[in-house]
Structure formats: C-alpha cells, structure tokens
Unconditional design. Structure first.
Ligand code: AMP
Length: 421
C-alpha cells in the first residue's frame, strides 16, 4: 500500500522550506518594527466561534468547515481562518486591559473544504495581523502599508491593491434592497436553496464565482453611493493617507469580502502573475466583531495573507531562490581517521558552524561527492600528515583556494572567511 498526502494538502520539502522560512521570517521581522506580538491559538476551536463570527451564510461556514465531534460530543472544527481564534484569545485573556491598542500577529494553517486547484488548498497557511482598539483610519492604513511592505520585501513588485468601503448597518440594509432589486431576473433562475442564501446575504452576489452572477452584477449599483457621511469621511481619509505614503490603491466597489464581520474598509491585494487564484491577501475593519463575540465594543482592523500564494508570486519573479546548505563538510582520507573527522565536525557545530561528515565512513572519493551534493561552502580534509600536525586542509569551494589551518583555529578561520563574503 502506498500513502499520499490527503487531497488538497501538500508537504513542504527541505528544498522548499527555505522559501517558506524566508516569507515567515521577513513577515516577523517586519511586523516587529511596528510593535506586533505573536499569538498562537489551537488548531481546533468550538464550531460556534466561526458560525457566530464569519456568519452562517458564509461559504466557510456553510460548505467548508472541517467539523467534528470529539469523544465528549463537543462540536469542534479545524480553524478555517485566523481572526476569530485570535479575538477569542484576546477576550479570554483580557488583553484589552493591558493596553488600549493591541497589535497581534499570527502564522497558522487554515482548513477549508475547497475544490483543490493550483493555489487553492484544503490546508493552506496564512500570516496575519490584528490591530485592535483604534477607530482611526491610520490603523487601516498601517495594516495596508505593512501588507504592501511585506510583498515588496519578498521581491514581489507587481501588485494591485484594491480598496472599498462597505459601510455600516444602515448602508448594508439600504444596499441589500438595491442589490436584490437589481438581481431580480438572475435570482428567479436560481434553485430554492441558492435563492434563500442570496436573500439572506445579497452582498455575496457581488463576489459570487457563478458566471451568470458575475454578468448580472456587472451593472449593479455601487455600495459607495450608499455610504453614510462618517463612513464616507473615513474612506476619503484612508485614501489620502495612502496617497501621502505613496501607496497606489484602486477603488473597487465589487470587493465585499466573504465574511460577515467586516465594517467600512475592506481591501485585497492581488498579483497579475498568479493566474486564476490571484488573491495574495484580504483584510478590513471589523468594528462589531468583538462585541458580537461577547466583549466590549472594540474597533479593529486586520489582514490575512496566504503563504502559498506569496510563494507562488516569489517564484514568478526572477530572484534567486533561498537555499539551505551546510557550511563545512569534514572528510577523512583514510578510514581510521574517521573519529578525528567526527570530532572536528562536532566541535564546529558546538561553535555554531553547520558541519557534516560521512556517517558511513565511505571512501574519500564518495565523501567528496557528498560534500558537493550538500553544497558545502568549505571542505575540511584530514589525512595522516594533517592529523599528525594537528591541522586540516581547508578548501574554500567558492574561491577555489586551499590553506592549512590548525584544528583549534578552524572555526575562527571559517568565521572570518564567511564575514568577508
Ligand atoms: P481569506 O481568509 O479568505 O480572506 O484569505 C486570505 C488569503 O489567504 C487569500 O487572499 C489567499 O491568499 C489565502 N487563502 C485563502 N484560502 C486559501 C486556500 N484554500 N488555499 C490557498 N490560499 C488560500
């Protein structure tokens, strides 16, 4: 019997891991500049957390949850997104009492029963931010700015930032009626279930993937014409902050986002190099979510960025891929010098330099082949003469030079050579 990773999941192999680490480390060092602290939440949560927060008409809740009962018949699910768990933890641990504004970041797998295709998985991975406790448009701008800065640091230059405002309850209620009136003909052709879903949340029609819905909604009224003055003002303010910071944004009133919890600002960044699954990230303001989850009214804004999509976009650029390799391979010319090679490698590791030797103590020729395969920067060779003199022959594979180095100075010499590169 041969096993495969479950449909819609994928392994990250050692050859691919450096790019993942590059994305994760770049994200972490960027958000630390802004004072974000990491939050790690469980892989599974109570199902109700997502039903309440994402909305019971969202695709995530109606079709995509990995939902199960444990032995005690608790209704649980693998987390389909990162915001609701982060907010649950924020409330559970009273983080709001520590400081008025909280800045949280996370890196997490998400689980959605999607139709798998290139760039769309059932277990995908996201890094995200939640900026909790500020009503200011500066907060929206901060989250958007970090998002764009991340992609730029990753070498992804071709980006489209689209922003929209979906206003507050009154706007949504008025717009709902307008959308339903506009979509009447299209709705008449739908089956009962799809009709009921559309009636429950007509905004979803705007980001429906159904070609007929896309056609019907192309001429739909714009939600921007329904904004109350406060939302209008907030949206204008956001645009002027982005302009001041030189961040190009396109206003696109078809961006509504799939989750119920958004208010006012919503945004997406996409890449023209990604094909069908072009969304790199999505986010927005969610001023009512914390209250709906039982906390005090707390304005917040956040973003979730797909790691797989970022990697696809990195791969679409011509930049060299990060690779992992070892620094030193220690080779022994004769079989009986194996313990010495082993000792030298262990000493190097203890001094913080990555080193390997041939576990199988094979012929010298094979050891050198292995060093090559591992992409070692240096090979340290021990033969009888070197062993007797307490030295090694150090070959710099890049510079194609060699020198004789006392064994006890090997780490320092290598360190100095690396520092010069
Ligand atoms: P969302 O939580 O749906 O707003 O998604 C935010 C970002 O996560 C998207 O823009 C994608 O980059 C990524 N993403 C979401 N779902 C998936 C998935 N099933 N497979 C791969 N990436 C995903």
């Amino acid at each position: 019997m041969s096993y495969k990773a479950p449909r819609g999941t994928h392994d990250v192999l050692p050859s691919e891991a450096p790019t993942w680490q590059f994305v994760e480390h770049t994200f972490q060092s960027l958000v630390e500049l802004y004072g974000y602290g990491e939050i790690r939440t469980p892989v599974f949560e109570e199902s109700d957390l997502f039903i309440r927060s994402s909305g019971d008409t969202s695709d995530i809740v109606t079709k995509q949850m990995y939902r199960f009962q444990d032995q005690s018949e608790r209704d649980l699910c693998l987390k389909p997104e990162g915001t609701a768990p982060a907010i649950r933890a924020y409330l559970e641990h009273n983080l709001g009492t520590i400081s008025e504004v909280s800045r949280l970041w996370y890196a997490t797998p998400i689980f959605r029963y999607e139709r798998p295709q290139k760039g769309r998985y059932r277990q995908a991975h996201q890094v995200g931010l939640e900026l909790i406790g500020s009503t200011s448009s500066q907060a929206d701008a901060e989250v958007i700015e970090i998002t764009l800065a991340l992609y730029r640091r990753l070498g992804i230059e071709r980006l489209n930032l689209k922003i929209n405002s979906i206003g507050r309850a009154a706007t949504r209620a008025a717009y709902r009626e307008a959308i339903l009136a506009h979509a009447q003909c299209y709705l008449a052709d739908l089956d009962d279930e799809a009709q009921a879903r559309a009636l429950k949340n007509p905004l979803r029609l705007l980001d429906s993937k159904d070609p007929k819905a896309i056609e019907a909604m192309a001429s739909a009224p714009s939600i921007l014409d329904f904004l109350e003055s406060e939302s209008r003002q907030r949206f204008d303010e956001l645009q002027s902050i982005l302009a001041r910071r030189g961040l190009a944004a396109e206003v696109d009133s078809s961006i509504v986002r799939g989750l119920d919890y958004y208010t006012d600002t919503v945004f997406e960044v996409s890449s023209p190099d990604l094909g069908a699954q072009s969304a790199l990230c999505g986010g927005g303001r969610y001023d009512n979510l914390i209250q709906e989850m039982g906390g005090p009214s707390t304005p917040s804004v956040g973003v979730a960025m797909g790691i797989e999509r970022a990697i696809m976009a990195i791969e679409a650029t011509a930049q060299p891929k990060p690779t992992s390799h070892i620094t030193v391979f220690v080779a022994n010319i004769s079989e009986d010098l194996f313990p010495l090679a082993e000792k030298i490698a262990l000493d190097l590791r203890a001094k913080g330099i990555s080193a390997q030797f041939d576990l199988d103590n094979r012929k010298f020729k094979n050891q050198i082949k292995l060093a090559d395969k591992l992409g070692a920067d240096f090979t340290a060779v021990v033969g009888e003469t070197e062993a007797a003199a307490g030295e090694v022959t150090l070959k710099d594979m890049q510079a194609r030079e060699q020198s004789t180095v006392p064994q006890h100075q090997l780490a320092e010499v290598i360190g100095a050579k690396l520092a010069k590169r």
